[in-house]
Write a protein that binds this ligand. Structure first.
Ligand code: NA7
Length: 543
């Protein structure tokens, strides 16, 4: 047990990204003393750390922002359809300034541990500066993709060149001019970085384990008239985003890919390809459910790769075979085109395995590649990784890791709460829609639900709220059943945990859709927090 805490708050929140900033604002508005701890020296979360070349959002900007304040929505103007990381970071700084959030954020501070004290019914939170604080409510806004995955290749410590992980990119500009660069990983990060690095480097070697489906982003600057209309339609857009399945006002497909003629299907895919973005993913309702329907979209993209990439042997290596969309569908700017450049080569590390990192580069089973810079675009320990980095302990000193049996049995109630962990809330935790809906929309829904819950507790003189074991079990089962009915669980990806050696395979994202999930959470709250045990305070709740 941690003791001697120095300060006490109504709520402690971890993280000053999209989640933590809004959680702070929401609780402060309701009069709760709140402290945010943030490891970085600035706000932004994901958008603070992921500064790699080409980093940008793959949700359209006018939907990738907060909608809790119409004033904020009207004041901020996005430059383009898919803005780059610096612009999104500027937006989050703008939000922090507008709502004067910084005074309640302690930067450059990590939370090492959070233990629930059953006697005081408070969370005791240990910080990396050696101090501890106490809070009635403990809330994590740690993101789903913040624990970076650096694969354990032998010899990295011997490498004489520079190396970087995309998710922890330095603040200074990394200069690739005249350098031989290697990049491992072709997920969203790699696919964004590769074309940009290739334009600068003397030579770029791409080490690919699994080829990816990607569609052109066709990013473009916004015209002012479009922005003006979106601001005028704020309320309608907000409503559509919140009610939709994926957090964006996208038309829900009603047709099967298999009920239309191949000409009609081809035309639809072609239109989506020309428009840019994730239109192929949302073209037919059964793309991620039915293998045959999926194959139509998969084959369409493979044929595009064949058309774009000039060298047939390179094109073949770039063609994926897994079910399209069951890894995150990527959108890109000149990704496949980049492999037509003379200074870019592609190494398939499934057949030509990485053996070790040497002083001068990278040794595979077939060759040694001399490199000055090595970039790891190797992703993250998703969903549970960031939570399990913190020693979180509930009742009886049981840790979250123990409760989840090291990931063998990760289960939550609604992705927001845990049985055995009173007054602990996770923003976009495992088994919530989180990243399979538009992230700011997922975040706002959780923040508002948690804020309402804490206010309800104050109004009703309730001391603690805790998920019931059976409600949690039922939710977790429901999540698994929904996922099992899709193709998502059939593919190795960070969604399934398969990207982390030894991580138990579980699909930890709720696939029932953001709108339906929001409604379900609202009903639970309206029914007096069904599935939760609420314990009345012996004395009036003051916090
Ligand atoms: P991803 O999508 O997890 O991609 C990581 C990439 O790194 C992927 O191509 C992996 O291959 C590759 N990888 C991982 N470990 C290794 C090893 N040991 N050897 C070779 N290659 C490896 O992460 P991103 O950062 O690109 O994107 C994460 C999310 O951010 C994205 O989904 C969006 O939601 C935003 P694999 O495919 O596993 O074979």
């Amino acid at each position: 047990h941690l003791t001697n805490y120095n300060e006490s708050f109504d709520a402690v929140v971890i993280g000053a990204g999209f989640s933590g900033l809004y959680m702070l604002y929401r609780l402060r508005e309701a009069g709760f003393s709140t402290r945010v701890y943030e490891a970085a020296d600035g706000v932004g979360g994901t958008w603070y750390w992921n500064r790699y070349p080409g980093a940008r959002c793959d949700s359209e900007s006018i939907y990738y922002n907060y909608t809790f304040s119409e004033e904020l929505y009207r004041e901020w103007t996005w430059s383009s359809r898919y803005p780059e990381q610096p612009e999104i970071l500027r937006y989050l700084n703008f939000v922090a300034d507008k709502f004067d959030l910084r005074p309640d954020i302690q930067f450059e501070t990590r939370v090492n541990a959070a233990h629930y004290d059953e006697e005081t019914k408070r969370w005791q939170i240990e910080l990396n500066d050696g101090t501890s604080v106490s809070a009635k409510y403990f809330i994590t806004g740690v993101g789903c993709l913040s624990a970076s995955n650096l694969p354990k290749f032998n010899g990295l410590e011997n490498f004489k060149g520079e190396w970087y992980h995309t998710g922890h990119w330095p603040h200074h500009k990394v200069d690739f001019t005249g350098k031989r660069v290697g990049i491992i990983g072709t997920g969203s990060s790699g696919v964004q970085a590769i074309p940009v690095i290739a334009r600068e480097a003397e030579h770029l070697t791409v080490f690919q384990r699994t080829p990816q489906y990607s569609a052109p982003a066709r990013n473009h600057p916004y015209d002012l008239e479009y922005i003006k209309r979106s601001k005028e339609n704020f309320l309608e857009i907000k409503k559509q985003m919140r009610e939709s399945q994926g957090g964006q006002p996208v038309e829900v497909p009603t047709k099967s890919a298999l009920e239309v003629t191949s000409e009609e299907r081809q035309q639809k895919f072609e239109e989506a390809w020309q428009t840019g973005g994730q239109g192929i993913f949302t073209s037919y309702y059964d793309i991620t459910v039915d293998p045959k329907a999926n194959e139509t979209a998969s084959e369409f993209i493979r044929s595009k790769i064949g058309e774009i990439v000039k060298k047939p042997e390179v094109a073949e290596k770039l063609k994926p075979t897994y079910y399209y969309g069951t890894k995150r569908p990527i959108i890109d700017t000149d990704y496949y085109e980049t492999f037509n450049r003379d200074n870019v080569s592609l190494v398939d590390v499934r057949t030509n395995r990485i053996e070790e990192i040497t002083d001068n580069g990278l040794q595979t089973t077939e060759a040694e590649y001399e490199l000055d810079v090595l970039v790891f675009a190797t992703g993250f320990d998703g969903m549970t990784g960031p939570l399990l980095k913190i020693d979180i302990r509930g009742k009886d000193g049981v840790s979250l890791k123990e409760k989840w049996k090291g990931g063998e049995d990760t289960r939550t109630y609604l992705g927001v709460a845990n049985a055995g962990f009173p007054n602990f809330f996770m923003i976009t935790g495992p088994e919530s829609p989180s990243v399979l809906s538009n992230m700011p929309v997922s975040i706002e829904q959780h923040v508002e639900w948690i804020g309402d819950c804490i206010e309800y507790m104050r109004e009703n003189n309730i001391d603690t709220i805790e998920a019931k074991v059976d409600a949690e079990e039922a939710w977790s089962k429901h999540c698994r059943e929904v996922a099992e009915a899709t193709l998502f669980t059939k593919t190795d990806s960070w969604y399934t945990g398969a990207n982390i050696p030894g991580k138990p395979r579980r699909f930890l994202i709720y696939l029932g859709g953001g709108g339906a999930y929001r409604q379900k959470c609202a009903e639970i709250a309206a029914n007096g927090y069904e599935g939760f045990s609420l314990e009345a305070a012996s004395e009036p709740v003051t916090g």
